[in-house]
Design a protein around this ligand. Structure first.
Ligand SMILES: Nc1ncnc2c1ncn2[C@@H]1O[C@H](COP(=O)(O)OP(=O)(O)OP(=O)(O)O)[C@@H](O)[C@H]1O
Length: 293
């Protein structure tokens, strides 16, 4: 593995018996990136993350921080931190006790740093976990995890169930306090709109297939959205865009992979496709699918 890439996967497949959760995905996560992992329910996000942290065996090649996540899990976990989608903290414990516990368990954990990070939150050192709200527990969890001097953080739907203010402060703490241009974060989420501004890259999964893996800069360059008058809808549709949708105000819009032919481009005004629009264009919602079938 070259030392720029923290994760390298080649033709990686993940299976539960006969069920395939991920089919031959190849990707790298370089250092200094904030990568969003997007996909509908059941697309394979949690499975992919589990493979990265050594909880699920992978077919194909997978190297995380230069290590084999299954065979070298102990060494990997010294430099990788992970909040699973079912993360729980012991309800009986006080925050200060958790800090002591972490100090004993994780050689790269800094109690001083954890206490500093907690100052950003409304969680007190003497609070018991059971007295905290869901949002406060998530903030506490992030503070504990971000106090580990690791190189890669894997967060599986970390803000699930939180209100918008808590989600915002969670992401602010992550970006301000943990990301330093060298470390990378992989975050899975359904809140596509909200994370767009903090991501450097996006990976989209559609029913176990990696359908897009691109930096946001390249996304802007590659995909073209045209805002157009409803009267030109037919001509635009004839050019086979990835997705057509209605904008507020009654105008139509269409997303193309690459520049549409000039005679089509002149029918509309070029606008930037949002991550949500692109997500809709490239992934199939299984629920809608079933209705169509
Ligand atoms: N333990 C398991 N045994 C069998 N199949 C599983 C298991 N865990 C997940 N799967 C299947 O693997 C596929 C991918 O599941 P996964 O949990 O990775 O998706 P996800 O994108 O994280 O979904 P969600 O957004 O709902 O959390 C699904 O079809 C799921 O049913």
């Amino acid at each position: 593995m070259n030392n720029i890439n923290l994760v390298e996967a080649r033709e990686m497949s993940l299976r539960y018996g006969k069920k395939t959760a991920l089919e031959r995905a190849s990707f790298v996560i370089p250092k200094g990136r904030v990568v969003g992992l997007l996909g509908h329910n059941g697309a394979g996000k949690t499975s992919l993350m589990k493979a990265l942290v050594g909880l699920l065996p992978a077919e194909g090649e997978l190297s995380v921080l230069g290590l084999d996540p299954r065979r070298q899990r102990g060494a990997l976990l010294e430099q990788l931190c992970y909040i699973p989608d079912v993360a729980v903290l012991p309800r009986w414990a006080r925050v200060s006790e958790l800090i002591t516990l972490m100090s004993g368990l994780q050689p790269r954990f800094s109690a001083l740093r954890a206490r500093e990070l907690l100052k950003r939150t409304s969680v007190g050192l003497n609070d018991k976990v059971k007295s905290l709200s869901k949002g406060m527990v998530v903030q506490l969890h992030l503070a504990l995890i971000a106090a580990i001097d690791a190189r890669l953080m894997v967060l599986d739907e970390p803000t699930l169930g939180l209100d918008v203010v808590s989600r915002k402060s969670f992401y602010e703490m992550l970006i301000d306090e943990w990301c330093d241009g060298e470390r990378s974060v992989l975050i899975s989420t359904h809140q596509v709109e909200e994370v767009e501004s903090l991501l450097s890259d996006v990976m989209m999964l559609d029913e176990g297939r990696l359908v897009l893996n691109i930096s946001l800069e390249d996304m802007d360059r590659r995909f073209v959205a045209l805002s157009h008058d409803p009267a030109t809808a037919e001509a635009i549709a004839a050019a086979h865009p990835l997705l057509r949708y209605r904008q507020s105000g009654g105008r139509g819009a269409a997303i193309f992979d690459g520049a549409p032919p000039a005679h089509v481009a002149e029918l509309g005004e070029r606008i930037r496709p949002s991550l949500v629009d692109l997500f809709m264009a490239l992934t199939r919602n299984p629920a809608l699918h079933r209705k169509e079938a």
